[in-house]
Design a protein around this ligand. Structure first.
Ligand code: AGP
Length: 612
């Protein structure tokens, strides 16, 4: 939801800003812009389009941009106001005193605008962002700290604001509430960005701004303040990601690279939390045995793909026959249903980015009710990591493709181990089940690898079915989360209508949609539900729908039910998600590729959803 980059204290500021925007483009890509504080004033260059187009325009005007002492930039995911150059950031106050970029939503923007217009201020954009920009220029009388405090106190909603004042060259001011902002110092320069990955070229020691915090950046250093203007001491957090991890390497798309990385993600996850055939989370999860032994209720809360990972975790718990009260809910509903509980509740919040607004709000709610809260996130230093009682880091490394792939695998892996750890503490896990599932997990990276080697076969199928008018993904029990993830991937990157259904539900309505142009992808691994699912497949076939089955290796009989079959290696039934996922990801990827879609930055989306 918008990417911000700022820098002061370097000679090549425009390249630094453009590079930072390119690295954060997955946060939003409707428009892009940068403002450079040059010796004779501010150059503000904006376009509708991608950062590479902005870079081209900036280079054409390079001679105009010489001698910049500070700069701020922005990639936009439009919320208020259409995708136009005027609505693109940075915005400037009508007197030119304030230049500002913003990530978030200012909820009282209309009221501020109405009041300022009454006082003669001229607005030129349709954005909510112009309100804080014009308001700050009205408040400012030479004392930036006081003006920033007053501005922050006047705003409702979420914001990360990065600001330059015309009469303060070589200074950048930042404020954060609800939207992420990270600050860094390196080699006589100060930087800020929405996403830590944009700063890794300069340093790995990062200052994550807290809720209600402001920062003042110069070439000499950074200072931090509360919204009340009181200075705050702050320590950096080290992020061990390598900047090479954010490079596309030999791949055409980040998504494809990230699909390939999944065996390693799983290997790392297993190594971090197991010893031989035992789960061992005592070091990574600091909830005492005494607390875990009293847990009677588990609530899993997340959004999108992370939510589907929690559905897989629920299935593992249910299969182990524990007597816990288990609930999964999307964060945007959890917040407003009266279901948050305290006491003997373990509430698990899963968020790749650690910045999803609804997941954060749900976590705060559960925490206020007294639940024992654990966050599973991929980003150390993210808001959820800093706020939650306990964090488990998923070990996927930076994920750049907007469609989540390897982070899902990392989440399911760590959730599976968390479930085993909890049930073990509760005395509800047999040694046999523990050894069976950990053995199963250990065997998976090699199986995932073998599945990746079948890419040409899946690519051919994607080409064959890419003229389908849509897809139904169906399956039962452990396959249901996968049907959802398969359909979401297809929607996100191929833009094809795709539905996920528990196979038994098809005849209760959706089957009416089937004909020879609507393809059914059915997950039918071996096991107790194979026959029942195949009966549902037969019902679809009888309505002329083309059928692709995902079946277990060796199940030759499956061929007689389908137009095409993708075989996956045999695995423990509770772990099927981790292997069944690969063909679904590759199928969506190659369908999108065949259709010429923008795979890493699909239309209308952004990687972190920092607005409600
Ligand atoms: C998945 O491909 C999507 N990018 C999206 O559904 C995502 O999983 C969701 O927005 C949740 O994000 P989070 O894990 O960062 O909280």
């Amino acid at each position: 939801m918008c990417g911000i980059m700022g820098c002061v204290g370097k000679t090549d500021i425009r390249k630094i800003i453009l590079n930072g925007l390119a690295q954060q483009e997955y946060r939003g890509y409707d428009s892009a812009g940068l403002a450079l504080r040059c010796p004779d004033g501010v150059r503000n260059i904006k376009i509708v389009g991608r950062v590479c187009q902005l870079a081209k325009l900036v280079e054409e005007r390079a001679s105009d941009c010489e001698g910049a002492v500070s700069g701020i930039g922005h990639t936009r995911w439009a919320t208020h106001g259409g995708v136009t150059v005027t609505n693109a950031h940075p915005h400037e106050s009508c007197d030119g005193m304030v230049t500002l970029v913003h990530n978030g939503i200012i909820e009282n923007a209309r009221e501020i605008r109405a009041e300022l217009v009454r006082n003669g201020v001229t607005f030129v954009t349709e954005t909510d962002t112009e309100s804080p920009c014009q308001l700050l220029a009205q408040i400012y009388d030479g004392d930036a700290l006081t003006a920033m405090s007053e501005l922050c106190g006047s705003l409702t909603g979420a914001f990360a604001l990065v600001i330059m004042f015309r009469d303060r060259p070589g200074e950048i001011w930042c404020a954060r509430r609800g939207s992420p902002l990270v600050v860094a110092r390196a080699d006589g320069a100060s930087y800020c960005a929405s996403d830590p990955t944009a700063l890794l070229d300069y340093t790995h020691d990062l200052f994550f701004m807290e809720e209600g915090e402001m920062a003042f950046l110069t070439s000499d250093g950074c200072k931090f303040f509360g919204f009340d203007g009181a200075e705050r001491a702050k320590t950096s957090i080290r992020l061990d990601w390598d900047s090479v991890m954010t490079d596309k390497g030999r791949y055409d798309h980040f998504m494809r690279k990230e699909i390939e990385e999944q065996p390693d993600v799983l290997r790392l996850t297993i190594d971090a939390h197991t010893v031989v055939t035992s789960v061992d989370m005592a070091k990574s999860l600091k909830i005492s045995s005494d607390v875990l032994k009293k847990i009677r209720r588990v609530q899993f809360v997340a959004c999108g793909t992370s939510h589907y990972a929690t559905l897989a975790a629920r299935d593992i718990m249910e299969s182990l026959d524990c007597e816990l009260d288990i609930m999964t809910e999307v964060a945007s509903e959890y917040r407003y249903r009266n279901i948050a509980r305290g006491g003997d509740t373990l509430a698990v919040f899963v968020s790749q980015s650690g910045e999803t607004a609804d997941t954060l709000a749900a976590m705060r709610l559960a925490s206020s009710k007294g639940a024992h809260c654990v966050a599973i996130t991929n980003v150390r230093g993210s808001t959820i990591d800093r706020e939650v009682e306990h964090t488990l880091l998923s070990l996927a490394g930076p994920e750049i493709g907007v469609a989540a792939t390897k982070t899902f695998t990392g989440q399911v892996g760590i959730l599976a181990l968390l479930v085993l750890h909890l049930l073990k503490e509760l005395g509800a896990l047999s040694t046999n089940d523990e050894a069976r599932l950990i053995g199963g997990l250990r065997s998976l990276p090699a199986k995932l690898q073998s599945m990746l080697e079948r890419e040409p076969e899946i690519e051919a199928l994607a080409r064959k079915y890419s003229d389908s008018k849509g897809f139904f993904f169906i399956g039962r029990r452990e396959c249901v989360p996968l049907t959802m993830e398969g359909a979401l991937k297809m929607k996100e990157i191929a833009y094809l209508p795709s539905e996920a259904y528990a196979a038994g539900e098809m005849k209760h309505g959706p089957i009416a949609m089937l004909d020879e142009k609507l393809t059914v992808v059915a997950l039918v691994p071996e096991g107790d539900l194979r026959e029942k699912t195949l009966s549902n497949v037969e019902e679809c076939r009888a309505r002329n729908a083309p059928i692709i089955l995902i079946a277990t290796e060796g199940d030759e009989d499956a061929r007689s039910y389908a137009n095409d079959v993708i075989f996956v290696p045999r695995t423990e039934r509770e772990l099927f998600t981790l292997i069944g996922l690969i063909p679904l990801q590759l199928f969506a990827y190659h369908t999108a590729r065949t259709l010429g879609r923008d795979i890493d930055m699909p239309r209308n989306l952004a990687k972190s959803v920092t607005v409600e």
